[in-house]
Design a protein around this ligand. Structure first.
Ligand SMILES: Nc1ncnc2c1ncn2[C@@H]1O[C@H](COP(=O)(O)OP(=O)(O)OP(=O)(O)O)[C@@H](O)[C@H]1O
Length: 764
């Protein structure tokens, strides 16, 4: 066991803080130096013009590099250095968010990146297995000031009987867990626990599933793993990129600051709704419709829908050519052309060329027969070249083209799906395996997409293949992103401007970069997309193959969504985190083995997290009862701490609910120091109760994407997924359960969102 203490004796502690302050100040000076250097180089590169195309292109990638550096050095400002390891051999290593070296001397590390192998002991060393560490010190800083420190001496003899052997840096950990929430997730780099560290640093290849109960740090681990992988496999992953998929936009905003604070900005964060480039799926639909669309049977429905667009008429079609000549296209000819095109196994849009050739051949033969027939009954008088010319003319003839388009239309995924949904007959043809009620769920008028449509669009894109129009659309998306990127670079440059102002003061007139170049010109400087970041290029390209994919709340993914993600990650290098007990989506997964079997059979490894850092023991005990309802064999995670505050549970008359809710919310909000209150309500009462709570507490956030930074947030269980608050009020739990076949899982999620206090309000 380790002994933990604030350094004994106040005077001694002050001295130590003073000494650490000196060191930390040196680190910040170095950070300033690095940032200035990068900003100056960025400005120089932005100002440079001319040269060969190659030189320009080289410069553009240098611009990207310096812009990223400026951003990185700015991002690690808070908590730059947070730890120190003293070795048995007298060595001393400082641990922080990035590595900083002493460039004046022997290039010694002044600060070691937390991800470096030598920093690992900071997270793993224990008194029983000290790994050569004598003392672990956690440094607390506010802005650039050292405000406190906390030592653990890894010495069994000096062990404190109250310390938990399995926790590293217990005092710092508990301080982090008990701190008020802010509405944005914080990184845990200072207090990563051993079981988490193992997962964060696991090897890159293969599919790893991280299963863990509520609050076990799955999201935190997933984000730190992304940062670790980018550091350790920078070369490989900076070209292929890392994708992180989360359950909804509110959640992505909640976690959005973690990676930048770890100096990593290159991870693409997306919800399912935004995984099809060019589509932003914001439409809503009933859960049962989404569930149906998530089922694997939809692959068949879509394949049928595509085949249905390869039409063979019942009657001969007449095609009128310019000189009023009329050609007849027999159904049999179309059928043969269709079969041949299908046999090619090409996607629909690409097989169209084969279909065209067959049909035009048949039509040309008809024309040739008419104009080249030998009146004396001999061989046709036209040469091969004449017939070829006829075919060329026919191919360009608008009537012929219109007929071909009708018989085998080139389709975008959006067109295919919109046409299918809008037409009951098409649905009936494509979905004979569904019953009437299910087919009715698919029927709807055009006008936007739902998140469950996104995997179907992706599936359709595979079946249709990319034609020219899709390629053009992709180019357009890239151009739009180029412009955004250029604006971003200028923004970063502006942010670092103070440094240039100093330059100016030193003499030598320096024109501002924006005087010389604007975002338009910067984005035009290069025609292709080389200068965009990997994440940006990946976002615009449906067929991008990511180097690693991380999925959070992965239990919510439907079989169709898994198909989409697996396409994005052909290397199957994936980290999948979730909790099957929290599955709320009707098409979500109750079993990892089932979800993954179609893609990797049993070639995936399972890691489990067993300690809940969020939920105190008193609250976990209440949630445990609901967990038993989900599956009596499941056990909740062990809480790392007790809050000392028992949850309250009150039943009121239905007509008193709103008054009681307002009273409880007001009371709880008043009791918060600087934390947040979450009010979780049944989905069908969210609008009504939202108005009531906002009426009484105008600071309360409600709506589709409520602002989590507000002190009070009212939301549904679905919205609350992955989030946390200091205090939580769960309203009408029975109703939450009754709202969905997965209602107990929803309630389990709702009950486990609090870090300190829980209140339950029921109605009679
Ligand atoms: N090692 C740690 N040090 C400090 N805080 C931690 C640590 N591990 C987890 N936490 C905190 O515990 C809380 C829960 O973590 P997180 O949201 O990652 O859990 P989760 O397993 O994803 O939960 P859920 O399944 O409920 O979404 C967060 O506030 C996180 O910062």
């Amino acid at each position: 066991m380790s002994s933990h203490s604030d350094v004994p004796g106040e005077l001694h502690q002050d001295d130590e803080i003073g000494r650490e302050q000196e060191y930390v100040s040196v680190l910040y000076d170095r950070l300033d130096g690095l940032r200035e250097q990068a900003a100056r180089r960025l400005a120089e590169e932005l100002r440079a013009t001319g040269g060969t195309r190659q030189a320009q292109s080289q410069r553009d990638s240098t611009v990207g590099m310096y812009a990223e550096q400026v951003e990185r050095y700015g991002a690690v400002e808070n908590g730059l250095c947070f730890g120190r390891l003293d070795g048995d051999d007298g060595s001393r290593r400082y641990i922080g968010r990035i590595g900083i070296f002493d460039t004046s001397g022997d290039y010694d590390p002044l600060l070691m990146d937390w991800r470096a192998p030598a920093a690992r002991a900071f997270y793993l060393a224990t008194a029983a297995n000290p790994q050569g560490v004598r003392r672990r010190r956690h440094l607390r800083t506010r802005e650039r000031k050292v405000t406190g420190l906390n030592d653990e001496v890894l010495d069994i003899a000096a062990a404190s009987p109250t310390a938990h052997e399995e926790l590293t840096g217990e005092a710092s950990l508990l301080a982090a867990l008990n701190a008020g929430r802010t509405g944005r997730m914080r990184d845990i780099v200072e207090t990563i626990q051993a079981e988490q560290d193992r997962i964060i640093r696991a090897e890159l290849p293969g599919v790893m599933v991280v299963q863990g109960g509520p609050g076990t740090g799955k999201t935190a681990v997933a984000l730190h793993r992304a940062a670790y992988l980018l550091y350790t496999h920078r070369e490989q992953l900076s070209t292929r990129g890392v994708l992180l998929v989360g359950p909804n936009a509110t959640f992505l905003r909640y976690i959005s600051q973690v990676l930048p604070a770890l100096a990593e900005t290159g991870v693409l964060l997306r919800t399912q709704a935004d995984l099809f480039p060019g589509v932003s799926a914001r439409r809503t639909e009933p859960a049962v419709a989404a569930a149906l669309k998530g089922r694997a049977v939809m692959t068949e429905v879509l394949a049928n829908a595509v085949r249905d667009r390869q039409w063979v008429p019942d009657e001969p079609l007449e095609i009128e050519l310019p000189q009023h000549e009329i050609l007849t296209l027999e159904p049999e000819v179309v059928r043969q052309a269709r079969d041949r095109a299908r046999r090619s196994q090409r996607p629909h849009n690409l097989a169209r060329a084969i279909f065209d050739i067959e049909v035009v051949h048949a039509l040309a033969a008809q024309v040739a027969e008419r104009i080249g027939a030998d009146p004396l009954g001999g061989e046709n008088l036209l040469s091969e070249a004449d017939v070829a010319e006829i075919r060329r003319e026919l191919r360009e003839d608008p009537e012929v083209r219109a007929t071909l388009d009708e018989l085998w239309p080139v389709l975008t995924p959006q067109r295919l799906l919109a046409d299918l949904y809008a037409d009951r007959e098409r649905i009936a043809t494509a979905a004979p395996m569904l019953d009437d009620a299910q087919r009715a769920l698919l029927h709807r008028e055009p006008g936007g997409w739902t998140p469950a449509d996104v995997p179907l669009l992706d599936e359709a894109a595979e079946l249709l293949g990319e034609d020219e129009r899709a390629a053009v659309a992709r180019q357009e998306r890239l151009r739009a992103m180029e412009r955004e990127y250029a604006e971003g670079v200028l923004e970063i440059w502006r942010g670092s401007r103070s440094i240039d102002v100093e330059d100016e003061a030193e003499g030598g007139e320096i024109l501002g970069v924006t005087d010389l170049i604007d975002a338009d010109r910067l984005s035009e400087r290069q025609e292709d997309a080389e200068r965009l970041t990997t994440a940006q290029r990946a976002a615009a390209d449906r067929r991008w193959a990511f180097g690693h994919v991380i999925v959070d709340e992965a239990q919510e993914l439907s079989p169709m969504a898994w198909r989409l993600l697996m396409r994005r990650c052909p290397s199957r290098s994936m980290t999948i985190v979730g909790d099957v007990a929290q599955t709320g989506a009707l098409s979500g997964t109750p079993s990892w083995a089932e979800a993954l079997a179609p893609y990797v059979a049993d070639r995936w490894r399972l890691e489990e997290l067993t300690v809940s850092y969020r939920t105190p023991a008193e609250i976990m005990a209440v949630a445990a009862e609901v967990l038993t309802e989900i599956d009596p064999t499941l056990r909740p995670p062990r809480s790392v701490r007790a809050s000392g505050v028992p949850p309250w549970d009150r039943t009121v008359a239905a007509d008193r609910l709103t008054d009681e809710l307002v009273a409880a919310a007001t009371r709880e909000a008043a009791g918060l120091a600087d934390g947040r209150l979450g009010v979780i309500v049944p989905a069908d009462r969210v609008d009504e109760l939202g108005k009531v709570v906002v009426g009484a507490l105008p600071e309360a956030a409600v709506g589709e994407q409520p602002e989590l930074a507000n002190r009070v947030v009212l939301l549904t269980t679905e919205q609350a997924k992955g989030l946390e608050f200091d205090s939580v009020l769960v309203v009408e739990p029975e109703r939450i359960v009754a709202e969905s076949p997965r209602g107990h899982s929803d309630l389990y999620v709702a009950l486990t969102r609090a870090t300190q206090r829980l209140g339950i309000l029921r109605t009679l």
